[in-house]
Design a binder for this molecule. Structure first.
Ligand SMILES: Nc1ncnc2c1ncn2[C@@H]1O[C@H](COP(=O)(O)OP(=O)(O)O)[C@@H](O)[C@H]1O
Ligand SMILES: [Mg+2]
Length: 323
């Protein structure tokens, strides 16, 4: 196993949104603060957007952890293909509210009474909806109706809507204007800068048990940033494959050539306009380079995902499971 070879206890670059690995950048901290503030001050409705792979679900899992500690009731809907009755059923079940009737009016009444009880006890309830860019207009309209559950002074249900930037565009459509008008707070996730990429990789290695010995050298980190555009999910996929490849070659330190070769396997290309390591990356101030970088990184991500799916049945590709 490569873990032993590199002195690690766990696999550092899993692509699941594990909040134990949360790396806090200024943007992530701001987003988390915005979400917790919105909920604590019962703002009613908060939006979290960001490009795919930039850490929205990871951040939400962190928020859910925090809410559980505060003993706040939560429902987390992550299947955006639900129709309205399924959506309501799922939400009620996740809140743990039993409702004998399947009539919408009865479900909403039961929810309202439950929320009022909680409100009287000084508690709130939070509904989080992930991948909301894929929700149908009907479900989004239903969510808007849920924001009507209020007393004279306070919102009874706090709603966090999470999605890719298309969600912002969607909310601009005339039929969803009313929903947009209810939005009181907006939070965003961003790709990492070059410096953050270095710290991100080091932090994940440390949490996975590394004793601080160098595994990715400076050139490797720079290459990781160039090929990933600072998108954590792409960084993870590249790092994971670099570790496997270096293990196969019994190489303790990974240099730029390993990253380049893995990136080539995945058909990733660097962007000639991408910023050097020490300046802000795709989230930086240079608008044009920023857009270009991001488009490139997203194309890379799509290719990676495709390759990964293909590789599931590919015996030649070394994966940790097979080692
Ligand atoms: N701030 C972060 N700290 C730690 N890991 C992160 C962070 N952002 C993203 N990741 C990692 O990148 C991958 C994709 O993150 P995810 O939360 O699923 O992104 P999104 O929901 O925006 O598509 C996951 O493996 C996650 O662990
Ligand atoms: Mg997600």
């Amino acid at each position: 196993m490569y873990k032993e070879f590199f002195g690690l206890r766990a696999n550092p670059f899993n692509v699941n949104p594990d909040p134990r690995y949360l790396f806090l950048t200024r943007h992530t901290e701001e987003a988390l603060a915005c979400l917790t503030y919105g909920i604590q001050s019962r703002k009613g409705f908060v939006l979290l957007t960001g490009e795919v792979g930039t850490g929205k679900t990871t951040l939400i899992n962190k928020l859910l952890e925090w809410l559980r500690v505060q003993q706040v009731a939560t429902a987390f809907v992550f299947n955006s293909r639900l129709n309205v009755p399924q959506f309501l059923d799922y939400m009620m079940a996740d809140f743990g509210i039993v409702c004998d009737s399947s009539a919408k009016s009865q479900i909403l009444l039961r929810l309202y009474n439950w929320l009022l009880d909680r409100y009287r006890a000084g508690e709130t309830a939070v509904l989080i909806v992930d991948e909301a860019q894929n929700l149908s207009d009907e479900v989004l309209e239903e969510i808007r109706m849920l924001t009507n559950l209020e007393t004279f002074t306070e919102k009874l249900l706090q709603i966090v809507l999470v999605g890719q930037p298309e969600l912002e565009h969607k909310l601009r459509q005339p039929q969803l204007r009313q929903l947009k008008q209810r939005l009181t707070l907006r939070a965003k996730t961003h790709p990492l800068t070059g410096d953050e990429t270095r710290a991100y990789v080091q932090q994940r290695l440390r949490i996975a048990g590394s004793n601080g010995q160098e595994i990715f050298d400076a050139g490797a980190i720079e290459a990781l940033f160039r090929y990933s555009g600072g998108i954590p999910r792409v960084i993870n996929l590249l790092c994971e494959h670099c570790l496997v490849s270096a293990f196969v070659d019994q190489q303790k330190v990974i240099g730029a050539t390993v990253v380049e070769s893995v990136a080539r396997d995945f058909d990733l290309s660097t962007n000639p306009t991408s910023a050097p390591l020490t300046t802000p990356g795709p989230a930086g101030a240079n608008g044009k380079a920023e857009q270009f970088d991001l488009a490139d990184a997203l194309r890379s991500l799509a290719t990676l995902a495709e390759r990964l799916r293909e590789s599931e049945g590919d015996k030649d590709l070394p994966t940790e499971r097979k080692l």
